[in-house]
Design a protein around this ligand. Structure first.
Ligand code: NDP
Ligand SMILES: O=C1OC[C@@H](O)[C@H](O)[C@H]1O
Length: 348
């Protein structure tokens, strides 16, 4: 599914679509388990009148070995991310790997180590949300403008009503062998928002060091070897602050999926989904609420794609807003939450 969103976004002309003149994206090749599937994908998502027709392959390896390809976009189920990414890195390709980077911190570390050893770019694509202008505005309001004073609490939720028993048992949404589980799949966005709220201006070198690391308390409802509902409380004792991060397949998130409370006011975060934010409501004590809309034409995956293209063009191997240490940090929180609830994947 996500590969279709991503490709539909990046085949738009950046210059005419969003006034982005520094980069352009060419889909050079599509790899799939079958040629027919890959051809169908090209028919559905690559513009017929466009200048480029991608090569189609019935294996991922052929994409890794295609000399026209600079960067691989990994969009497979969670438990396959490590293998796909390591194979691509071995072939010398840069990688944008869909969220979550892997099923645990140990796998993530292998991927990070491999990319660093090979000197190629790697980023976890979960965090397309970080690249939306609204996410940048939120961080500016909180960290630069101190618009709501000192932040004390953040409530962040991502819920979509699709219980496990409504899904095929071998789907990535339900099968623990494929890395199913709502915290890994959707709760990780709530942890991403918490990071944007509590960890200002992430940089490759200081992520995980400069900022206070939270204590983690978690409760999950498990069903068939994966979590269907999950709550993670992040406590920052020195800052006297907490983030309450909830995710569920048994409910639907409010349009306003996030609330950040500070000593001088609060900020509501709203949008189509927690991964695709649309705006903010700034409520400063004693002032009229101020609503800020950030409409998006398309899915919004082009924001991260543009940032990654600039990084690759500039010879960078990590993105400053989403460094690899941050992927490791979030994955350790998820590991800790799973451990507190006795949730292990079959591969572990
Ligand atoms: N950023 C975002 O908003 C979103 C991100 N995602 C992430 O994207 C990734 C893919 O999710 P999604 O697109 O929903 O997944 P799907 O299940 O729709 O598709 C995954 C594709 O992976 C390939 N694949 C390879 N091995 C397997 C296997 N054993 N079982 C099933 N599929 C396999 C298949 O393609 P083929 O047969 O062609 O090789 C399949 O079509 C996940 O990491 C997910 O978390 C998902 C949704 C939204
Ligand atoms: O990243 C995601 O966001 C939207 C959800 O529907 C999906 O399961 C998840 O992978």
């Amino acid at each position: 599914m996500i590969a279709s969103w991503f490709v539909s976004d990046i085949v738009r002309n950046p210059a005419t679509h969003r006034d982005e003149h520094e980069v352009r994206h060419i889909v050079q090749a599509i790899g799939s388990s079958s040629i027919a599937k890959a051809q169908e994908f090209v028919k559905d998502y690559i513009p017929k009148e466009g200048p480029h027709k991608p090569a189609v392959y019935a294996s991922y390896e052929e994409v890794y070995n295609d000399p026209n390809v600079d960067i691989i976009y990994v969009a497979t189920p969670h438990s396959l991310h490590m293998k796909n990414t390591l194979d691509a890195i071995k072939a010398g390709k840069h990688v944008l790997c869909e969220k979550p980077m892997a099923i645990n911190a140990a796998e993530t570390k292998k991927m990070v180590d491999a990319a660093r050893a090979k000197g190629v770019f790697l980023m976890e694509g979960s965090v397309w949300t970080r690249f939306f202008p609204v996410a940048k505005e939120l961080q500016k309001l909180i960290h630069n403008d101190k618009a709501i004073g000192t932040v004390r609490r953040a409530f962040l939720d991502f819920a979509q009503d699709r219980p496990f028993d409504t899904l095929p048992s071998d789907s990535r949404g339900r099968d623990p062998k494929l890395g199913a589980g709502v915290l890994l799949d959707m709760g990780m966005y709530t942890l991403t928002w918490a990071s944007m709220v509590f960890h200002s201006n992430l940089k490759a070198k200081d992520a995980g060091q400069e900022h206070e690391q939270p204590k983690v308390v978690s409760r999950m409802s498990l069903n068939g070897g994966a979590d269907e509902m999950s709550t993670v409380v992040l406590e920052y004792p020195k800052s006297h602050a907490q983030a309450i991060c909830t995710s569920s397949y048994l409910s639907t998130t409010n349009h306003e999926f996030g609330l950040v409370e500070g000593t001088d006011g609060s900020i509501g975060i709203y949008g189509e989904t927690t991964s695709k934010p649309g705006g903010l409501v700034l409520r400063v004590k004693g002032k009229e609420p101020q609503r800020m809309d950030f409409p998006v034409d398309g899915w919004g995956l082009f924001y991260e794609a543009d940032a990654v293209a600039k990084n690759v063009r500039d010879g960078k191997t990590e993105n400053e807003s989403m460094p690899l240490d941050e992927s490791m940090r979030v994955m350790r929180i998820i590991d800790e939450a799973r451990q507190q609830n006795g949730l292990k994947y079959p591969q572990e």
